[in-house]
Design a protein around this ligand. Structure first.
Ligand code: C2E
Ligand code: MG
Ligand code: MG
Ligand code: MG
Length: 282
């Protein structure tokens, strides 16, 4: 009996593995054409200043709509795109797209709006990364001083000696660097001091249970204190409740992002958000 059910489990397991492998290959194949076929678009999520009580910037988030597969989540396709390297082209496409959109808002008078784009650590295995960023700024006319790159914590890993030069070259364009999803991996904190960084974004996992989980509360307070001691700004991502917001504000967090303020929205809806009285200086 137990042998029989064990065999069934193995069969189910293999079927599941096959399905996942098939889906993965399918997505990888279609991903390569997604840019050319104009299937990618960009949504924007507000960044809110705790001290100034206003929207001071937005994060660009890629969206993929495939004609037969439908909407595919970045949680699913970004890791695949990173593995096969297509992420470099996707990120450059998103940056170019978002710089044009945000420049339109600047032209309407919202000149201090910042743009954050997600930037895979994969870029740093390419020699022309800083040049590509400079080129996008040049062709779109978007000011480097209003651009921020969000790079996941894996950037701080041990085998990243030569990224220092690349980050310096990007920094020289006026562009700021943010460490995204901070706390998710176990990175070497000494690396933070060595690199030209400006912001730490606390991972959503640590925000979720604020008010219920004392360990998470201690961690969040510790991260904010440490970041400020290193002269870094702190963003809390995934703020969904008033209680979470109150907790991070009371502990001197600089910026927040989350469904409590705004979900990621299309550019046309973003226009509505920034036009709200008092939302941004214009
Ligand atoms: P991320 O950069 O940490 O972005 C935040 C994610 O959390 C977004 O998911 C956003 O929609 C979601 N989020 C924001 N506020 C809340 C909240 O209050 N509650 C909850 N439950 N979720 C919230 P999204 O858009 O699905 O993106 C997932 C991840 O995919 C991003 O995480 C980022 O790592 C990656 N990604 C998205 N766009 C790009 C891109 O253009 N380039 C690269 N390299 N990665 C991207
Ligand atoms: Mg991000
Ligand atoms: Mg994040
Ligand atoms: Mg995240």
């Amino acid at each position: 009996h137990s042998k029989e059910s064990g065999r069934n489990r193995v069969t189910f397991f293999n079927q599941d593995m096959n399905l996942r492998l098939e889906r993965r290959l399918l997505l990888e194949n279609h991903l390569r054409d997604a840019i050319e076929q104009k299937q990618l678009s960009v949504h924007y999520q507000a960044k809110w200043s705790c001290a100034e009580h206003r929207l001071i910037g937005v994060e660009a988030l890629v969206r993929w709509f495939h004609p037969t597969l439908g909407e595919v989540s970045p949680e699913e396709f970004v890791p695949l795109a990173e593995e096969c390297g297509v992420i470099v082209d996707i990120d450059r496409y998103v940056m170019n797209y978002a710089c044009q959109d945000l420049l339109a808002l600047h032209t309407m008078g919202f000149t201090d709006l910042q743009l954050s784009v997600n930037f895979s650590p994969r870029h740093f295995s390419q020699p022309d990364t800083a040049k590509a960023v400079a080129e996008i700024l040049h062709t779109t006319g978007f000011p480097g001083a209003r651009l921020e790159l969000e790079i996941t914590e894996s950037l701080l890993g041990p085998d990243t000696e030569d990224i220092y030069e690349q980050l310096q070259a990007i920094h020289a364009l006026g562009v700021e660097i943010s460490i995204d999803d901070f706390g998710r991996a176990y990175s070497s904190l000494s690396r933070i001091k060595q690199l030209p960084l400006h912001t730490l974004k606390i991972d959503r996992d640590f925000i979720r249970d604020l008010g219920q989980d004392a360990d998470d509360e201690t961690l969040v307070v510790t991260i904010i204190t440490m970041a400020h001691n290193l002269n870094l700004k702190v963003v809390a991502e995934g703020i969904e409740t008033e209680a979470q917001y109150r907790f991070v504000v009371e502990n001197n967090c600089d910026l927040v992002q989350g469904f409590l303020f705004s979900r990621p929205v299309e550019f046309s809806q973003l226009l509505g958000l920034v036009k709200q009285p008092g939302a941004v200086r214009g």
